[in-house]
Structures are given as C-alpha cells and as structure tokens.
Design a protein around this ligand. Sequence first.
Ligand SMILES: C[S@@+](CC[C@H](N)C(=O)[O-])C[C@H]1O[C@@H](n2cnc3c(N)ncnc32)[C@H](O)[C@@H]1O
Length: 238
Amino acid sequence: MVGSAAADRPSGIPGPRRRRRPHQATGDPLARLDGPDLADHYHFAARALQLVADIADPKILELGAGHGALSRKLLEMHPTAQVTVTDIDPVSVSNLVSGDLGGHPRAVVRQMDATDIDAPDRSYDLALFALAFHHLPPVPAARVLAEGTRVANKLLICDMRRPPAPLHLIRLASFLPFALVLPLAHDGLISSLRAYSPSGFRALAAHEDPAITVEFGRMGRNQIVLAQRRRPTPLGSA
Ligand SMILES: C[S@@+](CC[C@H](N)C(=O)[O-])C[C@H]1O[C@@H](n2cnc3c(N)ncnc32)[C@H](O)[C@@H]1O
C-alpha cells in the first residue's frame, strides 16, 4: 500500500471522499464555479466535520479565517454547528463583521491571535487553521500548536505539503524560471520553501509540549495535520 491514500492517512484523520466535486456533493451548480481555493475549503470543511460527527452542536473555532470561506462552508454543511470566525488582521475582521458571517445566527466574528488565543481551556470541540501555517516562523507556529490544542480538543491544520527533499529540489528547480516572471509562481515557490514538513511539525509540537501529538494526512496538494493533547486521566475515572 506504499504511496496509496490509505497508507498516507493516519487513523485519527478522516479519509477524503474521492471523485466527488463540490457541485456533485452539494447539488449546487454554482459550486462548479468555485476556484481551487474554494474547492480546498469545501474538502477541508468536509474533513473537519467528520471529526465532530459524534457531537450534536459542535463548537468550532476558525483561526486566521481571512475572508471566511472555510467558516462559510462549515455553516452551510452543518445545520447546528456554532462557528467562531477569527483573524489577527483588523481589516479582515472588520470585513467579516460587515459581511454575511457578521449577521449569521450561528457565527461569532472576533479578532484573535492564533498564537495567544483569548479563550478558556477546552472551550471548543475543534479548532481549524487553513492555508496560513507556513506564513509563521517556527516560534509562533509552535505557539499555534500549543494554543490550538489548549482551547480545543482537536486542532486541524490544512497547509501546503512539503515534499521529501529530493523531490522538493527537482520541483524548485523546475519552478524557478517561471517564478522569475510570474507572480503566482513566485508566491508558490516562496510558500513551498516555507512549508513545514512532518518532521518540522513534530519538532514544533515537542518543543512546546511532549503531550501534543501530531498525525498527518493528504488532501490533494495540501497536507492535513491533526494535533491533539494527551490529557491526564482524572484520578478514579480509569
Ligand atoms: C493566506 S490567508 C488564509 C486565509 C484563510 N484561512 C483561507 O483559508 O483562505 C492567512 C491568514 O492568516 C492570518 N494570520 C496570520 N497570522 C495570524 C495569527 N498569528 N493569528 C491569526 N491569524 C493570523 C492572516 O491575517 C490571514 O488572514
């Protein structure tokens, strides 16, 4: 099974629903018009909701929400989920507040720093951080793992996948000529250089707290990382 999706997927991360485009799954013909980013959000939302499938009204925290596409998908796809939509950037937060999410009955929009989350321990069932982790240098990135697993039972990260070093080198070399002239290719090249590998994630988690575990899965061009914190069992409950 080496190289198969099943081999890449750890037990804690739900598997992808393959061969179904968003418009096929939702029946919404407009979803066909979604760009790749919105398709990523749809697939990420579907994976995230599988992690809270056994909770009636899950409380979900989105960190670094940007324009809110992921939170919007979560609210569309789950009829009772409560979503706290956050970002560190005041302009993004102000746009979110004045948009549809600001008036959604099951959404709360707040400004929040993912490295220093203003919420009590275990106040959410699930925290999400999408397409932003590679923007963070190691110290704040490690803090996101610590804070996300403090305030939520599970932290699910979706970010660019960093291929093994030899393959990465070949990809970088083939990208380089395009990166010199195409802004999108340039951004892709920089992002891929910043992306954390599984061993990078493990080192960040271990640096913060050995009780934080990380498991890895694949979602197309991205990797999915499920971080959780082993919590001590209360005396007498074993
Ligand atoms: C590339 S955007 C991704 C937006 C969104 N998650 C998505 O999937 O489209 C990265 C976002 O992370 C936010 N961000 C960066 N550092 C952050 C931090 N420390 N805490 C919270 N948000 C942060 C940025 O403001 C930006 O909105």
